[in-house]
Every structure is written in structure tokens, then in C-alpha cells.
Design a protein around this ligand. Structure first.
Ligand SMILES: [Zn+2]
Length: 312
């Protein structure tokens, strides 16, 4: 009799556990669907790809501006405010942003004194360029390759798109963790790590590489519209590849396409950009004179000023 009662109790507890796991899973699936559907479908300019993003353009602009202020005010950030290079970064950025498919962002272009050969862009049109990349850019056309690529990331709203992908991956991990609740902690941890790695290699990294390629393609068109010969992009990325220290990471494990893939893609997209360039130069639009190669000089210490506060 006692054994029977215990068996029924165990069975009831089993049912209760399955029911609570089911309810939790339903909530998580519902939440994932909510995140996905709340993000309206929209079209990326130039490529025509449809996408969903986690934030409205207004929210991107606000959050991007806040993060930009915080990063630039960081103690290690030395902003170059004056001098020919800072002026050129702003001028080239503004010239390209003026012909891009601007969703009304307030653009900002900042030069940061750093040997890093890098540049980045936050949602809402906040761009930073490290002075180390200027020696690869060499001249205004080369700098236009960098600026057009970063502007393309902002216009294509890649930051907000990535945010949605990461949110959905996190909900997926939580759902899996709930389902695996009955397993011993070691097996559960191993399966979750496997899913995490799978999502990283199979979803997030390929998306990241696609975004890089999309920014390259859109960037070529924006360069052309601004009157910069898009052929400059090939030379720029060849110099970037040559300047790389150490071996490249394998493409499947990288956020960026390999140098060879990138250059091959640029060659493939160049004809449509050259057509756009031809149209720009034929319209008789007065182009700003391009500065000669080799004008870029290392900024003098007096031209550098450390960022001291967020309101600078
Ligand atoms: Zn990029």
C-alpha cells in the first residue's frame, strides 16, 4: 500500500516537472516569436536584402550616441581634433554621408590617435577612425574606402540586426537549458556548450561575414556616388592584407571574410560601382579637389588632445 502511494507521488511529480518545462518552453518560444515579429521587415539600400533589426532608427541613434560619448571619453582614447588628417577624416566622411541613403542620422567622424589599423561605426552614424589605418589608406581615395565601408554598416543597420540575432540565440540557449533540465549537470553543460559553439560558427559568424561583405559592396557604390573612384578599394584591401601581422585566422572562425575572398568579391562588384562612378562624373557635379597621395603626415603632439569628458 505504502509502495503504491510512493509510486503515484513519483509519477505525479514527473508530470508536474514535464508540465512546468512545457510551460517554460512555450513562454520562451512565445518570447522569441515576440522579438522576431516586433522587429519589422525592412530592405537594405543598394543590395535590396530584407532584414529584421532589434531597434528603431531613433533608438539606434540614441544608444549609438551614448555609447560613442562613453568610448571617446575613455581614459585611453586620445582624440585628434585638429590638423589635416582630422579635417580630412571629417570631410571625407561628410562627403560620403551626403550621398548615402541617409535615414536622418546625425553623423560624427572622429580620428583617434592609435597605431591600430582599424575603424568602427556605432548604430546611428557614429564613426571612429584610428590613425594607424591612414598609412594603409595613403590618400583621400584610400580613406574614402574606409569611410564608405563604415557608413555602409550604419545605413544597413548591421549593429541592430546583430543585436536581434544575439537576442534570439540567447533565448534558444535558455530553451535548450530548460529542456535538458533532467540531465546531470556535466552532460547538460557539454550540450549547451556544443549548441553555443554551433550557433557561433553556424549562424553568428557567417552573418557577421555577410555583413562585412555587404558593407564592402554598399561602400563601393557610396564611394562612386561621392566621386571617389571605387577601384581604390582593391589597392586598399591588398595593402591591408600585406600589412597583416601573423597568419590570418581561418575564415569559418572569423568575423571577417578572408583577404582573398574580400578582394575577389570587390572585383566582382566593381563593374556596378564603376557604372555609378561614370554617372557621377558625367553629371558635371563639381567635385572637391582630391589631395595628392602622400600628404598624410603623423599628427604632431600639439594637434592631439585627450578626451576629458563626455561633453567634449
Ligand atoms: Zn566592417
Amino acid at each position: 500500500m505504502q509502495r503504491q502511494v510512493r509510486a503515484v507521488a513519483v509519477e505525479e511529480r514527473g508530470f508536474a516537472e514535464i508540465a512546468s518545462v512545457g510551460i517554460l518552453l512555450a513562454i520562451l518560444v512565445g518570447f522569441a516569436l515576440f522579438l522576431y515579429c516586433r522587429a519589422e521587415e525592412q530592405t537594405v539600400p543598394v543590395t535590396g536584402r530584407t532584414q529584421r533589426v532589434a531597434l528603431s532608427e531613433e533608438d539606434q541613434a540614441q544608444l549609438g550616441a551614448e555609447a560613442y560619448r562613453d568610448i571617446l571619453a575613455g581614459s585611453a582614447t586620445e582624440i585628434v581634433r585638429t590638423g589635416p588628417e582630422a579635417t580630412l577624416v571629417r570631410r571625407t566622411g561628410e562627403r560620403i554621408a551626403a550621398v548615402a541613403d541617409d535615414p536622418g542620422f546625425v553623423w560624427e567622424f572622429t580620428l583617434i590617435a592609435s597605431p591600430a589599423k582599424n575603424a568602427w561605426c556605432l548604430p546611428g552614424g557614429k564613426v571612429a577612425v584610428y590613425s594607424g589605418i591612414l598609412e594603409i589608406a595613403r590618400d583621400e581615395k584610400g580613406l574614402a574606402v574606409v569611410m564608405a565601408h563604415e557608413i555602409a554598416h550604419a545605413i544597413a543597420q548591421h549593429g541592430a540586426e546583430r543585436m536581434l540575432q544575439e537576442q534570439l540565440t540567447r533565448v534558444g540557449l535558455l530553451a535548450l537549458s530548460t529542456t535538458l533540465g533532467g540531465l546531470d549537470p556535466a552532460s547538460r553543460g557539454a550540450l549547451l556548450a556544443l549548441f553555443g559553439a554551433g550557433a557561433q560558427l553556424g549562424v553568428l559568424l557567417p552573418f557577421s561575414r555577410d555583413m562585412e561583405s555587404e558593407a564592402d559592396r554598399i561602400g563601393l557604390i557610396y564611394m562612386a556616388r561621392a566621386g571617389y573612384n571605387p577601384e581604390a578599394a582593391i589597392g586598399f584591401w591588398e595593402r591591408m592584407a600585406a600589412a597583416r601581422e601573423g597568419p590570418e585566422p581561418p575564415e569559418y572562425a572569423s568575423t571577417h571574410p578572408s583577404d582573398a575572398t574580400r578582394i575577389a568579391n570587390l572585383q566582382k562588384w566593381l563593374p556596378e560601382a564603376m557604372e555609378e562612378y561614370r554617372k557621377t562624373t558625367e553629371t558635371g557635379v563639381t567635385m572637391l579637389p582630391q589631395l595628392p597621395a602622400g600628404f598624410l603626415l603623423p599628427p604632431a603632439p600639439a594637434q592631439r588632445m585627450a578626451a576629458t569628458s563626455a561633453s567634449d
